[in-house]
Design a protein around this ligand. Structure first.
Ligand code: NAP
Length: 334
């Protein structure tokens, strides 16, 4: 049995792992088989993570976090959690590769998943011109015309990145005002390859085998429909917290994030902590997720420190089991 299992390997998961590993908790990080490293693996340059004045590529930042966690003894497995039993003193974690892990504490840091438009054609053409990741798929659209859907930082970041490849990028937004930060807006407005289609929603994506166009509906009273010929659609309309594994076990907020006590990472279950985007309906930044990972690691450490020594002795890490047994019998530690 482990002291601590961390589920998720974004900035929250890896930062929790760095702190927990330095505290000698020897955490096991279940990093996901495909999405390890989290959302930053799909971004380009990160300009606002402290400590990198020249900026750093998202994947490189995540590799550095992983390296730092491993340096202090975190163990990382590339597997997907399929089932969790979190209620008892010992938490059980089952994975897609058939492993069963047990731990006294769990930090749940699974981040969030891309939102979909909810169109049948979006699912059908996913991977055939419909994408949620410009860094992954942008290069397939050299000299093409693509649409980016959304008006937040993600949409503008995707649109700006896609101008490296595409001949034209049409940004489709349902209002006439962007949600994105001023800096992102300024950059996108100054880019001659980006066209803004205001007050429009995507009614359909067309194409038999791959995307060949979209139909837009005006969100204004007219409800007018227009069709555009294009080659790709990048959906960037935000993300929802990944909570499906803990439904029925952990309390959620009205916004769908995991409910935690005040500024802590404590969930409704003792020994279960949550961090990062999965608890954050508002800020959702790499740096805030990292800070949240610190909180979770410290909360887990304090929780473990308050457990009876006999309970702690059943788990791997911190103090050697013999030493704890020795102490329990009244002898002084070696
Ligand atoms: P977001 O801020 O929630 O923006 C989502 C956008 O998609 C909004 O403009 C929203 O329109 C639109 N939208 C939502 N549902 C839609 C639907 N069904 N159909 C059409 N449009 C829809 O999400 P985000 O852009 O992914 O950003 C999330 C967080 O990450 C933010 O805090 C952001 O600052 C941060 N982020 C930061 C960076 C960076 O700093 N480099 C990069 C990416 C993301 P409305 O505006 O009308 O609601």
């Amino acid at each position: 049995m482990r002291q601590l299992i961390i589920i998720g390997s974004g900035p929250a998961g890896y930062t929790a792992a760095i702190y927990a590993a330095r505290a000698n908790l020897r955490p096991l990080v279940i990093a996901s088989s495909v999405e390890f490293g989290g959302e930053l693996m799909k971004t380009t340059e990160v300009e606002n993570f402290p400590g990198f004045p020249e900026g750093i590529m998202g994947p490189e930042l995540m590799m550095k976090m992983q390296e730092q966690a491993e340096r202090f003894g975190a163990e990382i497995v590339y597997d997907d959690v399929t089932d969790l039993e979190l209620a008892g003193e010992v938490k059980t974690v089952r994975t897609a590769l058939g492993e069963t892990y047990e731990a006294l504490t769990v930090i749940y840091a699974t981040g969030s998943a891309y939102r979909k438009l909810g169109l049948e054609s979006e699912n059908r053409l996913s991977g055939y011109g419909v994408s949620w990741c410009a860094t992954c798929d942008g290069a397939f659209f050299k000299q093409k015309h693509v649409a980016v859907i959304g008006g937040g930082d993600s949409a503008l970041e995707e649109a700006t990145f896609l101008t490296r490849f595409a001949e034209k990028v049409s940004l489709v937004h349902r209002r006439d005002e962007l949600r994105a930060s001023a800096a992102m807006q300024e950059r996108a407005f100054a880019d001659p390859k980006i066209e803004f289609l205001w007050n429009q929603e995507v009614a359909d994506i067309s194409g038999a085998e791959k995307v060949d166009g979209i139909t837009l509906t005006s969100t204004l009273d007219s409800g007018e429909r227009t069709s555009l010929d294009l080659d790709g659609v990048f959906v960037a309309i935000g993300a929802d917290p990944r909570t499906h594994l803990v439904h029925g076990q952990l309390d959620l907020t009205a916004e769908g994030t995991i409910a935690v006590e005040g500024r802590s990472s404590k969930t409704n279950l003792p020994g279960v902590f949550a961090a990062g985007d999965v608890i954050d309906p508002t800020y959702k930044q790499a740096a805030t997720a990292a800070g949240s990972g610190v909180v979770a690691a410290l909360d887990a450490e304090h929780y473990l420190a308050a457990l009876p020594k006999e309970t702690l002795a059943k788990a791997d890490g911190v103090v050697p089991v013999d030493e704890i047994n020795g102490r329990a019998e009244g002898s002084s530690p070696a």
